[in-house]
Write a protein that binds this ligand. Structure first.
Ligand SMILES: [Fe+2]
Ligand SMILES: [Fe+2]
Length: 473
């Protein structure tokens, strides 16, 4: 049966006039819905969350709100407005007109980058699929589903590029995006972080703070791309990414604030905080250590010839490229710390183009630190001296120069024995996970919140906190 595209798939890519794209989507869209039913939010197909839907890219249309069943969500295809005469802003092609079609010699590179980005979107939906059963409030449940449907739309955004610009290979890759699954032993998602389990809401908030923020930096790098459709697609995706990071940032802040209330009553002792039903700060720190270190790997190796060639070719730039003075980076260098193989640290200078991953990772770390400072501000204001600290970027790395090195969270190279002994104290233990799991009890009364998390400062879209954000049908 033909789909009424204009009604079902809001878009600004002239879907109605593009028969090839219609045919590709006619095939793919039912498979996407099957995937959503099978791998999306478990058991909430009939529920009606209060969701934001983008129906156009202008101010009035990009955030329309209403209660909607998720399988009926109108996943749309949007590109940010085209900049007339846009030129490539970096690399060897600097100043030349941006490409409206895929240059032949960059075809496989661009396809691989789009597939890798696209793979993360449904992966996170799969990782989060069971969380609805333990939501601490209807407000949080709604935010979870908002993130889920928007990650679904991000998948559509990447599939649009594959269908519209990569022909048959693109259609095959679009199918494969629905066939790999997070954590699947045979066909896992491409990147490790997107195969980690998210079984509890503390992990969800850490993920949306740290991992969605990696997503933001990746999208910002693509937003500079010389391939104009990719740049425009990712620019629009960034408008949605902001909400995901808000969920993480405010989620962790609310956990911390609740913990501080309990600490004021029972003192700082972790066991006492736990006995009072809140999450002690050292446990929050261990979850932070896990998700921060995992997310750092997503930026790739510190020294990367791939990153250099993406930059040279004009495929993937630096976030906010315009703010840099030098867009060619032919002569610059960056000094990196690396293990010297004798338990110490050596330094090495590499060409700036090869250090692009590290430059972007540094900007990311800086932004994460801003969040941590704000959380610590709550702790200090409550009169306590504990702090939440980002571990060193050398800690627990699985990519790059520090892969599998025995480094403590402060960044010191330690003995293998000290590392093995320290790890259970630096990362969530089985006991931590069991405790967190014991707190995860579902709360479904509007305006009520689980005891381990403070209510938010305000509701969604200027509605009250006790609004019925999800109708649980
Ligand atoms: Fe996304
Ligand atoms: Fe996201």
């Amino acid at each position: 049966m033909a789909i009424d595209y204009i009604e079902r798939i809001p878009n600004n890519v002239d879907l109605g006039g593009n028969k090839t794209l219609q045919r590709a989507l006619e095939h793919w869209q039912p498979r996407f819905l099957d995937w959503w039913r099978e791998m999306g939010p478990s058991d909430f197909l009939a529920s009606e969350p209060y969701l934001r839907t983008a129906i156009s890219v202008d101010r009035a249309g990009w955030a329309t709100f209403g209660h909607v069943k998720m399988p009926d969500y109108r996943w749309g295809i949007f590109l940010a407005e085209q900049e007339p005469d846009r030129c490539i802003g970096f690399g060897d092609e600097y100043g030349k007109p941006a490409w409206q079609q895929v240059p032949g010699e960059l075809r496989s590179t661009l396809r691989r980058l789009i597939v890798t980005q696209g793979d993360t979107e449904p992966a996170s939906v799969e990782q989060q699929r069971l969380l609805g059963h333990t939501a601490p409030s209807l407000y949080d449940l709604r935010n979870l589903f908002q993130v889920n449907v928007e990650e679904g739309r991000h998948l559509w955004a990447m599939v649009y590029l594959l269908h519209a610009y990569f022909g048959r290979d693109g259609r095959e890759e679009a199918e494969a995006l629905l066939e790999r699954h997070s954590g699947d032993a045979d066909r896992p998602r491409i990147l490790t972080t997107f195969n980690e389990r998210i079984d509890d809401w503390l992990s969800f908030f850490m993920f949306t703070f740290f991992t969605d923020r990696d997503g933001k930096f990746q999208l910002k790098s693509f937003a500079e791309s010389g391939f104009d459709p990719l740049a425009r697609t990712t620019r629009f995706m960034l408008t949605e990414e902001g909400h995901h990071m808000f969920v993480g940032d405010s989620g962790v802040a609310r956990v911390v604030r609740r913990t501080l209330e309990v600490m004021k009553e029972v003192g700082e002792e972790p066991d006492k905080v736990r006995a009072a039903g809140a999450i002690d700060l050292p446990t929050i720190q261990r979850y932070l250590n896990f998700w921060f270190s995992s997310s750092l790997d997503l930026f790739g190796a510190e020294s990367s010839s791939n990153a250099a060639s993406y930059f040279a070719a004009g495929v993937k730039g630096r976030p906010d490229e315009a703010k840099f003075g030098d867009h060619l980076c032919r002569d610059g260098a960056m000094t990196l710390d690396l293990p010297d193989g004798k338990g110490g640290v050596a330094r090495e200078e590499i060409p700036l183009r090869n250090a692009m991953n590290e430059a972007v990772r540094n900007a990311y770390v800086h932004e994460c630190a801003v969040g941590a400072r704000r959380w610590n501000g709550f702790v200090a204001a409550a009169g306590f001296a504990q702090t939440l600290t980002l571990p060193s970027t050398r800690f627990r790395r699985s990519t790059g120069l520090w892969t599998d090195q025995p480094v403590d969270p402060a960044g010191n190279v330690v003995s293998d024995e000290a590392y093995a002994a320290g790890l259970p104290h630096w990362l969530p233990s089985d006991g931590d996970r069991a405790f967190i799991k014991s707190l995860m009890q579902r709360v479904t009364e509007p305006g009520k919140f689980a005891a381990w998390i403070a209510p938010p400062d305000r509701g969604v879209n200027e509605l009250p906190i006790d609004y019925d954000y999800v109708r649980l049908n």
